[in-house]
Design a protein around this ligand. Structure first.
Ligand code: GCV
Length: 712
């Protein structure tokens, strides 16, 4: 059978006819009517989703009924919206809080039914999506009893979308938000965006770039924001904006933005009041301050907490929150960048207002292919810390490399800070349980744009999906999430799913190998970060590559032990001791923490140089393996998506070779050692690689190029 071509627009919400005839017959028996009273906007969209999903999956319309009239009813609602749910007195509802749900087979009015119940309309919506997921992934409904609640309260996407429609570090087209046509024209795609987010439990979205434009806070733009919020609200998505710290000067006519200035505080209060008068359920602000040229409290000799608290004060009467980013480092400060956030923020622990949170990147530098967990986790027990990850592949091959990020997100969440003994994981810091915080959250920089398939690479949507699922339940395994996503996105063919799960799981480690093995970091091309640039030098040191790899004739790596910057001391024993010793430091972080001789012998018995070479080669080999694996699956999915992935894998293999050759040629020049057996020689000399220039790489604002070079 030839499968119909698909363009990926439906994401994982494809409600195609269940293709297992036996199972379909069983489902048709088990699902015969829907009892779903209630008329709130959220219940309406939940009911619509259920009807539409079932119609597609079962191949016929399932009728709405006022009461349970036969076996096979699906009864949905809250104890308020549905008399039947109230009658059932489901004890499990007491455990699922505001947003969780219960899906359970029950006898109602002497009939076999499936109940989808929650304490809130939003919970019902999440339950509906979870139920549809069961059918999409062809699970048995027999004996169904699912009790589920999110582990983290704020489950947020951060769009780095600019008001001119570009997206910082966006590789899938332009911004979804059509500010020019808003508020009068509402793109139907906003609804599909909201559906996708709600289906994986996301409940908050920051519409604008953290490198913020104050214009978004002006009245005309606020009306545009409100129109968008009207579409997102029924799906439980609360809208947040980024606040430019200097807005009082840029749009308020003040001469200062000093957070301790009474006029500045009054301006923000009035601005926040205005926002809430236009958008009563506004979530609050996300702020990047005194980082990479953004204005902030340091400009006035104040500290981060002064800035955050001023905004938190303005938001507090409306129930809003201020999320302050901990991605702070300063070009004029000599201290190791990996330590600067701790130096600045740890002394301020306990001084932030109750409605202020700190948003901390997964690692201390900047979303590198591999970083140790950020040492702020565990170091600020009095402040709720959100985890920020990056879904968009700024440092992972943009939208041309197939890299499944769940293993990377989980690596951080599962990392043990040991701050209160073994088991003090980053996840427990983030969900608030370790230090008893009520408020908790995760944020991710999205990879969503207006490309027809939303995220560019057909597999990139898996990372949006995986992130959402992990915010709901970070104990899910990467394999389980990949399994769900593949079944819903492509096919339930067991062979296809089993084969591709493994390929997805391995893909993160492959990209680390061909880009930055053994703890190397930040050796990207300058500015756009597309491709290798281990030679980058001559700009502010903490944006160069040479600052991070410190290669010389003797060795390579950043000494962050006591003999170097001592960043290792920010971690707690026993992990600290493990990291500090070159013999016990995990080899995948070796060059992050140590400057190591090229001849240093690793666990494999090979020297560092040989091991590095072989890892780069292995990365390339693994991409070739991915190509072969993918090609065995021709015909198991539609030809359009099959070919799209196949062609992108060709690009990925080419770029993996580019990484290997550019980096090894560069490092080899320090010591002249030969490549070990099994490593393919580079096609070109170092000069060639250093002179590769790419113009207009997506994801950065257009700028004039000042160098004409080899266009690879
Ligand atoms: C939005 C990195 C990126 C920047 C980004 C910054 C941040 O440095 O390269 O584009 O700016 O992180 O997270 O604020």
């Amino acid at each position: 059978m030839v499968l119909k071509n698909e363009d990926g627009y439906e994401l994982w919400l494809r409600y195609h006819l269940v293709d297992d005839a036996e199972l379909l017959a069983v489902y048709r028996q088990q699902i015969r009517e829907i009892v779903f009273p209630g008329d709130s906007p959220t219940l309406r969209v939940a009911r619509g989703e259920l009807q539409c999903g079932l119609e597609g999956l079962l191949g016929h319309e399932v009728m709405l009924s006022e009461s349970v009239t036969e076996d096979g009813a699906i009864v949905c609602g809250t104890p308020e919206s549905s008399a039947k749910i109230l009658e059932q007195k489901l004890v499990d509802l007491d455990t699922v809080g505001d947003e969780g749900y219960v899906i359970s087979q029950q006898v109602v009015d002497w009939h076999q039914t499936i109940i989808i119940a929650a304490n809130s309309d939003k919970g019902v919506l999440y339950g509906v999506f979870a139920f549809l997921r069961l059918l999409q992934t062809q699970q048995s409904l027999d004996g169904l009893h699912i009790v589920s609640a999110p582990k983290v309260k704020l489950r947020m996407l951060n769009h780095w979308d600019n008001l001119d429609g570009t997206i910082e570090r966006g590789f899938a087209g332009h911004s979804l938000w059509d500010w020019h046509k808003l508020p009068h024209y509402i793109d139907p795609r906003y609804t599909d965006y909201a559906r996708a987010c709600a289906s994986i439990g996301l409940n908050a979205t920051v519409l604008t770039n953290v490198n913020a434009n104050a214009l978004i806070l002006t009245e005309p733009y606020l009306h545009k924001v409100a129109a968008l919020a009207d579409v997102l609200r029924p799906y439980g998505l609360q809208v947040y904006l980024t606040a430019r710290f200097s807005a009082p000067m840029e749009i308020g006519g003040l001469s200062t933005a000093d957070p301790l200035d009474a006029d500045v505080a009054a301006w923000w209060k009035a601005k926040v009041d205005q926002i809430y008068s236009i958008l009563p359920d506004f979530g609050g602000f996300v702020v990047k301050a005194n980082s990479e040229g953004q204005p902030g409290p340091h400009d006035y000799g104040r500290i981060h907490a002064d800035g955050a608290n001023m905004l938190a004060d303005a938001l507090e009467p409306h129930g809003g929150i201020c999320i302050w980013r901990a991605f702070v480092y300063d070009a004029d400060v000599q201290e190791d960048r990996a330590k600067q956030a701790n130096s600045q923020l740890v002394p301020q622990d306990g001084t932030f207002k109750a409605n202020a949170l700190l948003q901390v990147k997964n690692g201390p530098i900047d979303f590198q292919p591999r970083e140790p967990y950020h040492p702020l986790f565990g170091a600020m027990p009095k402040t709720p810390l959100m985890l920020e990850v990056q879904i968009t592949q700024e440092y992972l091959g943009n939208a041309t490399h197939l890299v499944y990020l769940a293993p990377m997100f989980k690596e951080t969440l599962d990392a043990d800070t040991y701050v209160k003994g073994p088991g003090s994981t980053v996840a427990k810091v983030v969900d608030g349980s370790l230090d008893g915080h009520d408020i908790s959250g995760m944020a991710a920089v999205t990879n969503i744009g207006d490309d027809r398939n939303w995220c560019g690479h057909p597999f990139a949507a898996a990372n949006w999906y995986a992130y959402g699922r992990l915010t709901w339940d970070y104990t899910l395994s990467s394999e389980q999430i990949a399994d769900e996503w593949l079944r819903m996105t492509f096919s339930n063919d067991e062979d296809f799913v089993d084969t591709i799960i493994q390929m997805m799981i391995d893909s993160r480690e492959s990209v680390v190998k061909y880009m930055m093995p053994l703890g190397l970091h930040h050796i990207f091309a300058e500015g756009h970060h597309y491709g290798p640039g281990p030679w980058v030098d001559g700009i502010r040191p903490d944006w160069t590559a040479v600052y991070y790899h410190q290669a010389d004739a003797e060795g390579v790596g950043f000494d962050r032990t006591a003999s170097g910057t001592d960043a290792v001391s920010l971690y707690n024993p026993p992990y600290r001791d493990q990291l500090a010793n070159v013999d016990t430091c995990p080899e995948n972080l070796l060059l992050w923490f140590h400057h190591v001789s090229w001849d240093h012998v690793l666990k494999s018995g090979r020297t560092l140089w040989d091991e590095m070479c072989l890892m780069y080669q292995e990365g390339v080999n693994e991409v070739r393996q991915m190509q072969q694996t993918w090609e065995t699956l021709e015909g198991k999915i539609d030809a359009a998506r099959y070919m799209h992935v196949k062609k992108l894998l060709v690009v990925q293999e080419r770029e993996a070779r580019w990484w290997r050759d550019a980096c090894l040629t560069y490092f080899q020049a320090f010591h002249g050692k030969p490549l070990p057996e099994g490593v393919e020689p580079a096609e070109h000399d170092l000069d060639y690689y250093e002179n590769i220039v790419h113009y207009y790489v997506p994801g950065i604002p257009e700028r004039r190029f000042d160098k004409i070079g080899t266009h690879s």
